[in-house]
Design a protein around this ligand. Sequence first.
Ligand SMILES: *[C@@H]1O[C@H](CO)[C@@H](O)[C@H](O)[C@H]1NC(C)=O
Ligand SMILES: *[C@@H]1O[C@H](CO)[C@@H](O)[C@H](O)[C@H]1NC(C)=O
Length: 178
Amino acid sequence: MFPFACVATLTFALASLPPAAALIVPGHHNPGAAVVPSWTQFLRAHNDARSAVGLPPVTWNWTLELDAMQYANKLRVPCKLSPMRWTTDGVYGRNLYWASGHHSAAHAVAAWVGERRWYDHRANACAPGKTTCGEYTQVVWNTTRELGCGRRTCQNGLDTVAVCDYFPPGNYVGVLPY
Ligand SMILES: *[C@@H]1O[C@H](CO)[C@@H](O)[C@H](O)[C@H]1NC(C)=O
Ligand SMILES: *[C@@H]1O[C@H](CO)[C@@H](O)[C@H](O)[C@H]1NC(C)=O
């Protein structure tokens, strides 16, 4: 899928379950747009992967989008998959993406969802020797309801970073995503 690109991804595991939270669903749209906007690409790709395993869709949240955008704005400077200390760590789940070259939001989510082939649902673990299927499990975390993401070209003008925030967060150790 990415013949010329080097791709790297990173997610965050959480130690314990958070308290229940009330959720409100935002809505916005962009009728007649010739180019599918990034937020729509992010949202559709997540909900396609979720419906494939029988999960309800997530909705777009502008608060999460702003947070993810700010994270991506920092990440684009070193242009590396180096997690930063962030005020919403632990409050939101978070997936990170870096790839050489220019890539769409849909490509970033495809890289995360592509980890599905390494995810063993019965064992709730990545395949032996594969340490990265956690981005996929965050995408298909049943109780996650809201999504906000940002994609930026790196400061070098060449490469791409993307960040998605998830609420409520997933990837609790020892808990099945779905
Ligand atoms: C978006 O998420 C924030 C943070 O979790 C939450 O406080 C807010 O109510 C949500 N907004 C909408 C419109 O759902
Ligand atoms: C998701 O969670 C709900 C509520 O706990 C449950 O009823 C449903 O079966 C779950 N869906 C999947 C696919 O695990």
